[in-house]
Ligand binder design. Sequence first.
Ligand SMILES: NC(=O)C1=CN([C@@H]2O[C@H](COP(=O)(O)OP(=O)(O)OC[C@H]3O[C@@H](n4cnc5c(N)ncnc54)[C@H](O)[C@@H]3O)[C@@H](O)[C@H]2O)[C@@H](O)CC1
Ligand SMILES: [K+]
Length: 245
Amino acid sequence: MMSELSVRPLSAAEVRGIDRTAIEEYGMTGLVLMENAGRGAAERIHRRLAEATLPEEANSPAALKSADSPILILCGKGNNAGDGYVLARHLQLLGHSVEILQFADPRQLSGDAAANWSIATHAEIPARIVGPDSWDRLRHDLATAACVVDALLGTGGSGPLREPYATIVGMVNQLSVLKIAIDIPSGLDCDTGVALGNCFAADLTLTFVAEKIGFQLPSSKPWIGEVVVVPIGVPAKLLAGVIAA
Ligand SMILES: NC(=O)C1=CN([C@@H]2O[C@H](COP(=O)(O)OP(=O)(O)OC[C@H]3O[C@@H](n4cnc5c(N)ncnc54)[C@H](O)[C@@H]3O)[C@@H](O)[C@H]2O)[C@@H](O)CC1
Ligand SMILES: [K+]
């Protein structure tokens, strides 16, 4: 029987190197990889929310939300946020109500993330820029969401979470809402598996290309939840050196 290629756990530098080679040597654009990442994540979130409405899970937090509760996608200013904008577009296509909560000034976005923000804006996908003046409303919205998706930081994160991310993540962690991290729970060092301060406590982490080496370590377990690897179309030849034994 055929089985999917399984890649060994990778460091942040390794996975970033693979992305870079796919773009610079193989001619895949970053936009294509980001589209595959966001779409793959959307399909898995769609599946997870559908499972949560099966009879045996009828009392799960996700199932108890009203049918029109939106999926809230927390976005920062890097390419992890770019995945979040693509995700929002595909979740809408799958029939979900979504809202992008933007915690960085969109004028700070660049490259593929800026392109996908522009697409989301043209597509009139619900989005709002959230500052400390609207945190009471934010707390209420997070508590009543169908699920909260963390697209604040990915492999470009370093050091303890800075504000406002640290406060937002602390706020989300206090809620019983379903929490899904995109690529890496924000605040976790994905090489050492250590959270240096506040860290998004995911129920599910949808990670791209391969598991990250820090996910293997016990210190990461409170933060990563279930981990699902989402392929983003990187060619098998490029993965040949990192295939799991
Ligand atoms: N083309 C690519 O390289 C692809 C990237 N992808 C996504 O892009 C991510 C990596 O994107 P980036 O390299 O832009 O990095 P991030 O999206 O992790 O964000 C980096 C930004 O966050 C800020 N930052 C770093 N540490 C911080 C901290 N502790 N507190 C607050 N802000 C902090 C930095 O100043 C920088 O502006 C991956 O994890 C993945 O989700 C995927 O879309 C696949 C393709
Ligand atoms: K993230």
